[in-house]
Design a protein around this ligand. Structure first.
Ligand code: UD1
Length: 427
């Protein structure tokens, strides 16, 4: 397993381009199955999760090409509705294939998905949505089989605005007979991106970005070319790292409108932020201030995917902050690791109480999930001394070469990969 070695204490400075959004690219790649032919996507990040999705598409008969930031998926030869168990277990987003495969083949067989260990992560809302559209669902131990000769539009209310369930239902309903109205839908920017992509293929969907999405089923979708939106969580991670290291960083190719809740929190912490179109400058010349209370909630509120990273900043802030996590129940795994670096954080149920310290100290820590891993990298960059972050494969799921990203901003960070057995002469 790779490790990251960070010699902390350097202020980040410089300019960085933000890559495309993983969470937009994954459902869009799955949605490409809805049209037979070649879909071309630009601004697709080179990430582990994207590779897994492309692997799945290949295993069900598509051909794929990922060159730089462009992906071409030819779905004309897709011939299987069976998502392989080994790949399904690697990534929760494989669940996105349910809607498109069901729509294309009238049947889909998947397994309970894997992914980050950040909580229970049920799929009941996905299944209930597909059932409402007319699918028959059979659950056999770990396998789930859905069948529908013809999907039919329906009124669907989500008990919780699940991002994945909203996307799955949109994809399944795009070619269903009649109209689907989805209420209490998730409002994340990635859902708007999916709507735009589906509409570019000929779908008739309105309302993404609000809590009501209306999908008028069409009989056919055709392949198209499309550009993925910038990754707001990667942008947010860089902004927080800039602030935590008291640096001065300019981000390009980002969408500041997607980051308004983070910008608000950072400003309350005393961080200076200036914005010009898709360029943002973030600087922090003095110790950040505590932020009394932050609550993670669905978009447009503060994102759970930036909770752990912001906690690093608050660990270094002047004063006492409270962070409440309401989206996932298992998302404080970074706290033990931060505590070993000198942070003063205590947990009570889903609240973290953070007393800012003057300094964090380098330590050997373990990335337990994707965003927790990113938080530990930020902590290592800001800390005094050497930090080793283990289990880097979690971070590689969502950040393109995170060490190169921060090297460009002047950080002393490098990756240690294990010596391949054949070269390990000592063994
Ligand atoms: C997506 C994002 C992830 C982000 C999360 C919340 C992708 C690929 N991933 O994940 O980075 O952290 O949104 O912003 O876009 N739930 C149920 N039943 C369901 C579905 C969800 O109870 O059928 C619950 C989950 O257990 C969780 C909450 O709803 O507690 C939010 O999950 P959801 O919005 O579905 O997140 P994901 O789509 O998995």
């Amino acid at each position: 397993m790779d490790k990251l070695v960070i010699e902390g204490g350097k202020s980040l400075s410089g300019t960085i381009r933000i890559h495309g959004a993983k969470n937009a690219a994954l459902p869009i790649l799955a949605a490409s199955l809805l049209a037979a032919g070649k879909v071309q996507l630009s601004n697709v990040p080179r990430l582990l999760d994207i590779e897994v999705m492309l692997d799945i598409l290949e295993r069900i008969g598509c051909t794929t090409l990922h060159d730089q930031e462009t992906v071409v998926v030819d779905t004309s030869s897709a011939n299987s509705f069976h998502v392989p168990e080994d790949l399904m277990k690697q990534m929760r987003s494989s669940i996105f294939l349910m809607g498109p495969l069901l729509s294309r083949f009238g049947e889909v067989a998947v397994y309970q998905p894997g992914g980050c260990a950040i909580g229970e992560r049920k799929i009941d809302l996905h299944l209930r949505g597909l059932k409402a559209l007319g699918a028959e669902i059979e659950e056999l131990d770990q396998q789930i089989i859905c069948r529908a000769d013809k999907l039919k539009g329906a009124d669907i209310h989500l008990d919780f605005p699940s991002v994945g369930a909203t996307e799955n239902i949109m994809m399944a309903a795009a070619m269903a007979e009649g109209t689907t109205t989805l209420t209490n839908a998730a409002r994340e920017p990635e859902i708007q991106d999916l709507q735009n992509f589906l509409n570019a293929m000929g779908a008739s969907i309105i309302g993404a970005g609000t809590d009501t999405i209306t999908i008028q089923g069409v009989s056919k979708l055709s392949p198209c070319s499309y550009t993925i939106i910038p990754d707001r969580i990667v942008a947010g991670t860089v902004m927080i790292a800039a602030a935590a290291t008291r640096g001065n960083v300019t981000l390009t190719h980002c969408n500041p409108a997607h980051l308004s809740s983070l910008i608000h929190v950072l400003k309350r912490a005393g961080v200076q932020i200036s914005i010009l179109n898709d360029i943002m400058n973030v600087s922090c010349m003095s110790r950040p201030k505590a932020v009394e209370r932050i609550v993670t909630l669905p978009y447009p509120s503060f994102p759970t995917d930036l909770q752990s990273q912001v906690m690093v900043l608050l660990s270094l802030a002047d004063g006492f902050s409270v962070m409440k996590e309401t989206v996932f129940e298992g998302r404080f795994k970074h706290v033990d690791e931060l505590t070993r670096m000198g942070a003063d954080i205590s947990i009570d149920l889903n609240c973290a109480f953070i007393r800012g310290v003057q300094r964090l100290y380098g330590a050997t820590v373990e990335a337990t999930d994707l965003r927790a891993g990113a938080a530990l990298v930020i902590a290592g960059l800001a800390a005094q001394g050497k930090t080793i972050v283990e289990q880097v494969h979690h971070i590689d799921r969502g950040y393109e070469h995170i060490e190169q990203l921060f090297q460009k901003l002047g950080a002393d960070i490098h990756r240690l990969s294990p010596v391949p057995k054949s070269l390990d002469l000592a063994n």
